[in-house]
Design a binder for this molecule. Structure first.
Ligand code: PEP
Ligand code: MG
Length: 878
């Protein structure tokens, strides 16, 4: 039996989203609930998936099923597609499982033809309307389905307006539009090199095909990649009866949200345009009016709409984003979906829905996208700023953005990805600009409303956006923005305030973000749910304090190497490295010890009462030395200049040492505990500094940290046994000398495959394991972590050879297996062993889900990812 590829709206419901897509399932559910929705049917995502698999060929039976579904549809509404009496016009819209606003294609007014246009004019009593629909259809069908260029149509429209001496499309008469339609047909046929299919059924098949194809268009691919949406889901296609918002002043079209998607406030939020079609609002071509004004213009439809908004929100128990059309005073809902929102809005809506009794705390946490919280950690403009804005637009997506003005998406993408801060300025953004939006600090548009694509997309990505700044004039050729006599050139710095809509022609000072009440409430619920501990990677006092403020329950990784890089420390480090004897080395280390101690004291003071894991020195010694080539050149130059013999001798000695330490593969060389094996005075000095710092903080603050000392890059049991002994001897000696008692634990990083394989042996000498998944990924995959994304791995990702960057999201099958096995073996040998992760994966929500699944005790990540990890850990538990 062939698969069922089409569903009438009455056959579906909300639970069928995977098959019918978000839009299809949404309209089916509204139909079921008795909300007014135009009739129609949906072609399943399965049909699209099979078409992609067959290299563009439709699966058997699809064409016949669409044909039958259309016939049933025609019978239900008593109309026929493209007929000369009672014609049916339809929209053909994409609708993926995960909403991808504006990324795929839509065809409106399909069914209008030479045969049906007369009947449409007659039925609507409006000839102008009929020809307006017809010319719009030809252009849309030509561009979307046949892939023709839109310029020729636009030029013909402009030329027509010039001939008639008018400025607006709406000023063209029925006759003008009729003439334009004929011209559009000619343009299409010329570009096609033949007649295009005039049979509306044939057009419908081709339109469905085009929507399937649009799943693969570049902007959809970029969007999916940015949102981690799998490439193989496919899109459904919704064929629905057209309703017209452009039938005159009692018709309208609009978009509304049941709550404010920027702030989450429970207030009516939306926009509408009378006498317009949906695309005019969504694409931001005309700047629409706020929804509240509709109460005056179309009171009955307004009340119905408000009721429907309430009904749908309580039905879905979530904020809805809805599209509607009013045709001659009658309201039709075209779409409802859970609205995209900023992180602040997500938290507020979740907290409010719990207090309104619509959802429970678990559900509230489940609905937070951990990644999205990153936005809350974005800076805002310093409120004491007194600069005057050069203009003001709509506050379309909150937050502040400072960057160089850029006037096209390609330049924004290119500059942004190379690390420059840019602000993308466009007349209006289209979905084709998405790659530029992603790489910009923020977006400014001259046109478009709060629900335009620029706004929706910016909010989704947490990019500040000011939309509809109508006073600005943009010259894309000259790359300038002009407003009130001021000119901003490409490269000039501007600042956007996406929360107020203000634009400044200078760089304003930003202040760090603050956690608000909603955040604290919802993250508190997450903390009640989660089992995984969340700690932070921090190696100085301010970072530690920040981590604590963001909810870190300890420091899971304090890298000590940066402490040696300071200008005041490097000379002592050089001395230590160049030392000719143990005594000389000890003298140098004695100079370093107090500096280390004061660094630790700052961290311990910030973290008192909580665990802090200090990792002993990891990088190879040559990292503290000058680079081989520059040192050789320096010596050569000094020789040529006849420099002082003593100075020359020092530099020559340094060069000799640099040569001695040089390694072809330093990442696989003398680093981590190997260094401590060769130079035991280093771990000894560090252990002493750590204990002294802990005691000093105890003395000063009356409280200190739970001390953990961690040995890096172990692969042999013997390494850990030796290093542990050095640390314990030094620590106990310090405690004895101070006459104090202090509990401390000694553990190791597991970051080499062998360490994971013999974790049982290593666990005998360890109080805890912390998986260093950065090195473990590097050494398991044999891919250099320093070159990864810029090398072949980036290409692999782009080609889909790998789905995710393994340095960001754990490679569950490979590296994950080692983590799981290492944990299991380690705990079997030492039941008291605690186990965590401190590589970058510790802050990645998908990896966190895996770490929860295999029962780790904690993750540790950079301070700003701590809130994300807290939510991810809770969601992983639910
Ligand atoms: C790791 O390798 O995962 C780790 C945390 O250590 P580092 O990044 O300092 O090598
Ligand atoms: Mg490492």
């Amino acid at each position: 039996m062939t698969e069922k590829y089409t569903y009438d709206l009455s056959e579906g419901d909300a639970s069928m989203k995977p098959l019918l897509g978000g839009k299809g399932a949404g309209v089916a559910e509204m139909t079921r609930l008795g909300v007014p929705v135009p009739d129609g049917f949906t072609v399943t995502t399965q049909a699209c998936v099979e078409t992609m698999r067959n290299g563009g060929e439709w699966p058997q039976g699809l064409r016949e099923q669409i044909d039958d579904a259309l016939t049933r549809f025609e019978q239900r509404v008593g109309r026929t597609l493209g007929a000369s009496t009672n014609p049916l016009l339809v929209s053909v819209r994409s609708g993926a499982v995960v909403s991808m606003p504006g990324m795929m294609d839509t065809i409106l007014n399909l069914g209008i033809s030479d045969d049906s246009v007369g009947a449409i004019a007659e039925e609507s009593g409006n000839e102008r309307f009929a020809w307006d629909c017809y010319r719009r259809f030809i252009q849309m069908y030509g561009e979307v389905v046949e892939g023709l260029s839109g310029h020729a149509y636009e030029d013909a429209l402009t030329a027509m307006k010039q001939r008639r001496g008018v400025g607006l499309d709406t000023e063209l008469s029925a006759e003008d539009l009729k003439e334009l339609t004929a011209e559009f047909k000619k343009i299409s046929n010329e570009q096609l090199g033949g007649e295009w299919p005039s049979d509306p059924r044939e057009q419908l098949f081709r339109a469905v095909e085009a929507v399937f194809r649009s799943w693969q268009n570049p902007r959809a691919k970029v969007y999916r990649k940015a949102n981690h949406i799998p490439d193989d889901l496919g899109t459904a296609v919704n064929i629905m009866q057209m309703v017209f918002g452009n039938r005159g002043e009692t018709s309208a079209t609009g978009v509304c949200f049941t709550r404010n998607p920027s702030t989450g406030e429970k207030a009516l939020y939306g926009e509408f345009l009378t006498n317009a079609q949906g695309e005019d609002v969504v694409a931001g071509i005309r700047t629409p009016r706020p929804l509240e004004e509709m109460e005056q213009v179309l009171p009955k439809a307004y009340r119905e709409l408000v009721d429907t908004m309430h009904t749908m929100e309580s039905h879905y128990r979530d904020m809805q984003d809805m599209e509607f059309t009013i045709e001659n005073g009658a309201l039709y809902m075209l779409q409802t979906r859970n609205g995209k929102r900023t992180a602040a809005a997500a938290l507020k809506v979740a907290a409010d829905l719990v207090s309104e009794g619509l959802i429970d705390k678990e559900e509230a946490v489940r609905r937070i996208e951990p990644e999205q919280l990153d936005q809350l950690l974005h800076p805002a403009i310093d409120p004491s700023n007194t600069a005057k804005p050069i203009t003001k637009g709509l506050p379309a997506s909150p937050g502040a953005a400072v960057g160089a003005a850029v006037f096209d998406a390609d330049t924004a993408a290119q500059k942004g990805s190379s690390g420059e801060s840019v602000v993308l300025i466009r007349f209006e953004t289209t979905p084709d600009d998405i790659h530029g939006v992603l790489q910009s600090q923020g977006v400014l548009t001259a046109h478009g409303g709060m629900t335009s694509h620029a706004a929706v997309v910016a909010r989704g990505f947490g990019k500040p956006c000011v939309a509809g700044a109508t006073e600005i004039k943009i010259d894309t050729e000259a790359k300038t923005l002009t407003v009130g006599g001021k000119v901003v050139h490409e490269g000039d710095t501007i600042t956007l305030n996406g929360s107020t809509g203000e634009v400044f022609d200078e760089a304003l000072t930003l202040i760090p973000p603050r956690m608000n009440e909603d955040f604290l409430k919802v993250v508190g619920w997450a903390d009640e749910i989660r089992e995984l501990g969340v700690e932070a990677n921090a190696d100085n006092g301010p970072d530690a304090a920040k981590a604590r403020e963001l909810g870190a329950e300890g420091i899971g990784l304090c890298r000590t190497e940066h402490m040696f890089f300071g200008e005041d420390r490097l000379p002592a480090m050089h001395e230590m490295i160049l030392a000719g004897s143990d005594e000389e080395r000890q003298t140098a280390l004695d100079k370093i010890l107090p500096m280390q101690q004061s660094d630790f004291e700052a961290i311990f003071t910030a973290m008192k009462g909580l665990p802090v894991t200090v990792r002993l020195l990891d990088p190879p010694l040559h990292e503290f030395m000058p680079d081989l080539v520059s040192q050789a050149l320096k010596v050569q130059e000094m020789e040529l200049k006849g420099a002082d013999e003593q100075d020359l001798a020092t530099e020559r000695q340094l060069l000799a040492q640099v040569k001695k330490l040089h390694e072809q593969n330093p990442m696989l060389g003398t680093r981590g505990c190997r260094l401590g094996m060769l130079y035991p005075q280093i771990p000894e000095m560090q252990a002493r500094a750590i204990v002294r710092a802990a005691l000093a903080v105890l003395e000063r603050e009356g409280e200190t940290v739970e001390l953990q000392i961690m040995i890096p890059l172990v692969h042999l049991r013997q390494e850990l046994a030796t290093q542990r002994e050095i640390v314990v001897r030094a620590a106990d000696d310090e405690l004895a000398k101070a006459g104090k008692e202090l509990a401390y634990r000694v553990g190791t990083m597991i970051e080499l495959p062998r360490a994971a394989l013999v974790a049982d042996q290593i666990a005998e000498c360890a109080d805890f394991f912390s998986f260093g998944t950065n090195d473990l990924t590097q050494t398991t995959l044999g891919i250099s972590r320093d070159d990864a994304e810029n090398g072949f791995l980036g290409w692999y990702e782009a080609q889909g050879v790998v789905k995710r960057d393994p340095f960001q999201t754990i490679d569950v099958d490979g590296v994950g297996q080692l983590v799981e096995m290492g944990t299991r073996k380690g705990r079997a040998a030492n039941p008291k062993l605690s186990v965590g992760v401190c590589g970058e994966h510790g802050g990645d929500p998908d990896s966190i889900a895996f770490f929860q699944q295999i029962g780790l005790d904690y993750v540790s990540c950079s301070p700003y990812r701590v809130p994300i990890a807290r939510f991810a850990a809770a969601k992983a538990k639910l």
